[in-house]
Design a protein around this ligand. Structure first.
Ligand code: COA
Length: 381
């Protein structure tokens, strides 16, 4: 087969690798199972959206009740895993601790290699329920605090805040958190989801796929961007320094975190609603400084590069205003995206063909091994 360099689609840009019925990403739109993500974020809870993504339709009241109960019952993690998390170096990257903890969950799971739809659905619920418990425990151990066990009385979001801070914030804060989680829940064949699908395609297991996906999400061009945005805002510090900061960064050929997107060439459809959540957090906390800096960064990026911000640009400061430190931004991304990752794992398993692309070889042309005198005594036919 003759493969030319001109056949290469670097970064797989524009390559259609498979079909999916989960989400549709277009130049300026995103739907989950046919529903615009903005409408879901306005009207639904995170649990309802998780049910929709996994099952194809929104739940009835009874189905939601049953699903919520199932998630609540799976929240606690083993004593052994708790002591493993406690033993992690406090200097470790939070995505590394989460990746290792998820790998540990896989070692504990007796159904790890059962890839039946029922077993995979059970594993998905466990991952959705237990990853927040892991992330919150790690968050507190890092600060020298004891962990707070999950509560069976609280919603997914309220329970997470309680496990991190020992208190539940106002309904406004919980609403903004759910908006972010719904907007992040699923995103088609993005890098980490595709990573998970590649692992699924070899008939491996869900924990391995999620572990690999966390490794992919850690990167600053993907899940690490929300943390990168917040670091940038802290570095800029004041609105009056924003324009010159952007100009210097662009002159140094640095990428500005939170700008650009492979698919959304006319702007990220999740941004207006995430911006509204950021506004709400600024209003309720009385802290407008990040909005003020961002106004100038956004204008400068448009004037210099005609680039639009993406969801991470708004989510970073929104999480910060909720009281989270930057270390937990990556795990927050994992917690929300667990819905989409596990849905894609299941879809890949249902219509599997092993993913194995080819490459255009640019190394030395074929040559002979002429300088060897010794040879193995193999009878090659
Ligand atoms: N800041 C400055 N320039 C940027 C940029 C950014 N955030 N994003 C893209 N560009 C520039 C590139 O330097 C490149 O310029 P060139 O053609 O002069 O070399 C051009 O725009 C195309 O960028 P490219 O990296 O090839 O686009 P992509 O589709 O491969 O990448 C991203 C998409 C998201 C990886 C990229 O926009 C990026 O790195 N953004 C910052 C990280 C981020 O916010 N990630 C979260 C995504 S949701």
């Amino acid at each position: 087969m003759l493969i030319m360099s001109s056949d290469v689609r670097k970064g797989l840009e524009g390559v259609v690798v498979d079909e999916t019925a989960i989400a549709k990403t277009d130049i300026h739109s995103l739907t989950y199972r046919g529903y615009p993500v903005q409408e879901l974020a306005q009207h639904c809870s995170f649990e309802e959206v998780a049910y929709l993504i996994w099952n194809g339709d929104l739940p009835t009241t009874e189905q939601l009740e049953e699903f919520t109960q199932e998630e609540i019952e799976q929240r606690e993690i083993s004593e052994q895993l708790i002591s493993v998390i406690r033993s992690f170096p406090h200097t470790a990257h939070p995505m590394d601790t989460l990746r290792t903890a998820v790998s540990h969950l896989g070692m504990e799971a007796l159904d790890v290699m059962d890839n039946s739809p029922t077993a995979n659905r059970n594993k998905a619920v466990r991952l959705l329920a237990q990853i927040p418990t892991i992330a919150a425990a790690d968050y507190r151990y890092r600060q020298g605090l004891e962990r707070i066990p999950p509560s069976a009385e609280l919603s997914f979001s309220a329970n997470f805040f309680n496990m991190c801070f020992g208190q539940i914030p106002s309904q406004e804060v919980l609403d903004c958190f759910e908006v972010a989680f719904i907007l992040y829940a699923e995103h088609g064949f993005n890098s980490s989801t595709f990573t998970a699908r590649i692992v699924a395609s070899t008939l491996s297991d869900m924990y391995s796929a999620v572990t690999a996906a966390i490794g992919s999400l850690k990167g600053s061009l993907h899940g690490g961007a929300n943390a990168g945005v917040m670091r940038m805002l802290l570095e800029i510090g004041k609105p009056e320094l924003a324009q010159s900061w952007v100009d210097s960064a662009l002159a140094a050929k640095r990428k500005i975190m939170g700008f650009g997107h492979r698919v959304y060439k006319r702007g990220d459809p999740r941004v207006p609603i995430m911006h509204a959540a950021h506004n709400e957090m600024a209003r309720s906390s009385g802290d407008h400084q990040w909005l003020d800096i961002q106004e100038i960064v956004t204008r400068t990026m448009w004037e210099r590069r005609r680039m639009y911000p993406n969801i991470d640009y708004e989510a970073g400061p929104t999480y910060y205003l909720m009281g989270f430190d930057i270390a937990i931004f990556g795990p927050l991304f994992v917690m929300s995206r667990m819905v989409g990752l596990t849905a894609h794992f299941t879809e890949q398993m249902a219509f599997n063909r092993m993913i194995r692309p080819i490459s255009s070889y640019v190394g030395p042309t074929q040559r002979a091994l002429t300088d060897r005198t010794k040879s193995r005594a193999l009878n090659v036919l």
